[in-house]
Every structure is written in C-alpha cells, then in structure tokens.
Design a protein around this ligand. Structure first.
Ligand code: ZN
Length: 189
C-alpha cells in the first residue's frame, strides 16, 4: 500500500462526480473525468431508471397490493435525503402503496435529514421506525476505523459495515412484518 504522502502526490478529483483517486479502482484521465464518468459505465443504468413509466409502476403496485400478507405493501429504507424521500412520495402518493419506512440512526445523520424524514412520513401518513445500535457501537466503530486509517491518507473503508448492516436491519423488519418487497435500501445518510 502507498504511504499517505505518496497517494497525496497523485491525488485527483473527478470533475463530474465525487470520486477521487483515493477510492480503489478509480483513475482520472486527462479530461479530468474518472473511469466511471468517462467510460459511461452508468449510462445504461441511468437510462433504465429514468425510462420507467407511471402506468407500468402502477401495474407493479397493484400486484404488490394483491400479494400483501401483513399491514404493509413494501418496505423502504430511507435516510431523509432526496432519493429515499422521493421513493416514499412515489410509493404512497402516486402508487397508493402502504409502505413501512425504516431509517438507521447511525449517529452521523444531519438534523435536517432526520426532520425531513419525520415530516414526510407524518404528512403522508406513513409508519416510520428509526433503528439504532445498542450502546452506540456504530458510532464507536466509525470513530476508531477513521482514526486507524487517517495516517494512510485514505477515507474509504470505514463505511464497509453499511454494506452488510443496513440491508440486515431492513430485512429484519421485513421478516417481522411479513413484507416481501423492498423499494429502497438507502436507510442511512
Ligand atoms: Zn466521475
């Protein structure tokens, strides 16, 4: 592994997204774009996401309502940020679903996001559950990983636990409430 000083010397930021060379696998070309932006890796994915039409979504929603086994049609992991807030709005207001919203209180969530999430769920009449780890272990985990990595000059890695923990939290409540469909996994800001 490169020392903090060496990686600092070759450090570059992508001019069109938030990726930097500190993230493993990211390179920045002469145009200033990272290999993901320059290679248009995400284009087909974005097209797939933006081409969906409301009628098709409503057909899918009707199927979800028919196979509902408990109180809720689907579960949504939400942070209070733009993406997950919009998913809640579409699910409830445009598709007429009854979602169960789960958020993870990591200890790093901005008040504005938390207040936003509370307001959205209250105004739309959606049930919200905020889950936190016992004795603040999540906060301690991030704190000590960050301290361990700071001399290496890297910032990635300390959120790796999110990859496993956040879906696990969501699936735990999905199982508990007999919900078979997940609309969004973004339950932590
Ligand atoms: Zn980029």
């Amino acid at each position: 592994m490169k020392s903090g000083l060496e990686s600092e010397k070759n450090y570059k930021e992508c001019c069109s997204c938030f990726f930097t060379t500190k993230l493993p696998g990211v390179t920045i070309d002469e145009s200033g774009k990272c290999n993901f932006c320059a290679g248009q890796t995400c284009l087909s994915y974005i097209k797939e996401q933006t081409d969906s039409d409301l009628q098709e979504l409503r057909r899918i929603a009707e199927k979800l309502k028919q196979k509902k086994q408990g109180k809720y049609d689907c579960i949504i992991g939400a942070s209070g940020g733009l993406d997950s807030s919009y998913v809640i709005y579409v699910a409830k207001k445009l598709l007429g679903l009854n979602p169960f919203v789960i958020s993870y209180g990591s200890g790093f969530v901005f008040d504005i996001a938390r207040n936003n999430l509370n307001a959205i769920c209250k105004n739309l009449g959606v049930d919200l559950k905020i889950v936190s780890s016992a004795k603040g272990y999540n906060f301690k985990h991030v704190k000590y990983i960050t301290l361990a990595l700071q001399n290496l000059g890297v910032y990635w890695g300390f959120c790796q636990f999110c990859v496993y923990l956040l879906p696990a939290v969501l699936y735990k409540y999905a199982l508990k409430e007999n919900i078979s469909t997940t609309l969004c996994l973004n339950l932590s800001a």
